[in-house]
Design a protein around this ligand. Structure first.
Ligand SMILES: CC(C)(COP(=O)(O)OP(=O)(O)OC[C@H]1O[C@@H](n2cnc3c(N)ncnc32)[C@H](O)[C@@H]1OP(=O)(O)O)[C@@H](O)C(=O)NCCC(=O)NCCS
Length: 183
């Protein structure tokens, strides 16, 4: 039978204050395994909610992946206004039922472009050592993987903005042009 998840369009765009309820709902829907992978440890509903209510800060950018209008995946780029050359940390979450169909990949590409356009020199991502999907996603985007005793740090260095990268972000943000989910 055809996988229904693959027949729907995916829209990736920056999240705004008007998306706050969707952000909280997305984080609360993350199952225990996904939460552990995302936060590198167990987190209660209360803890997740508190976290979700604070992600739209002045020094962060959050992008969401919407499938059929529902927020199913999210990436945060944090801390990039604290240093020069700018350094930011990226953290991803895709709901378990929506993993492995390209949402993480689409979020990665969009975030990378946004970081490039804001002259972020270094993007860092931390995950547990056993988080093979995240390791694979980072390696696929040419990140350098630094393996610790129980964690992995993935590091990327975006190039300077180009007319293409700026146009790519503008088109994505203004048209909400849907990616097609292919298996
Ligand atoms: C990591 C995560 C964001 C990836 O999102 P996703 O939407 O599933 O990603 P995609 O579907 O775009 O890509 C997943 C890739 O991992 C691969 N993969 C899946 N399971 C894998 C495994 N056990 N080992 C290696 N690769 C694996 C898939 O084949 C796919 O690769 P491909 O596109 O080359 O075929 C998602 O799994 C997630 O939210 N995990 C929990 C939270 C988390 O780990 N966050 C990272 C900490 S910052």
């Amino acid at each position: 039978m055809r996988d229904q998840r693959r027949s729907q369009d995916l829209v990736v765009r920056r999240l705004r204050f008007s998306d706050q309820d969707d952000i909280c709902d997305h984080f609360l829907r993350l199952d225990a395994k996904t939460r552990r992978a995302r936060f590198c440890g167990a987190v209660s509903d209360k803890g997740v909610l508190k976290y979700a209510q604070n992600i739209l800060r002045y020094d962060s950018i959050a992008c969401g992946a919407f499938v059929g209008g529902e927020l199913r995946g999210l990436v945060e780029l944090t801390g990039f206004s604290h240093s020069w050359p700018s350094k930011a940390e990226a953290a991803f979450s895709v709901e378990a039922a929506w993993q492995n169909i390209g949402i993480g990949d689409a979020l990665f590409e969009h975030t990378f472009t946004m970081a490039q356009n804001r002259r972020v020199g270094t993007i860092e991502m931390m995950c547990l050592k056993e988080n093979n999907p995240m390791r694979h996603l980072a390696a696929k985007h040419n990140a350098q993987l630094i393996v610790d005793s129980d964690a992995v740090e993935a590091v990327l260095h975006p190039s300077w903005p180009t007319p293409y990268s700026i146009a790519k972000e503008i088109v994505a943000e203004t048209s909400e042009y849907p990616y097609l989910l292919f298996g």
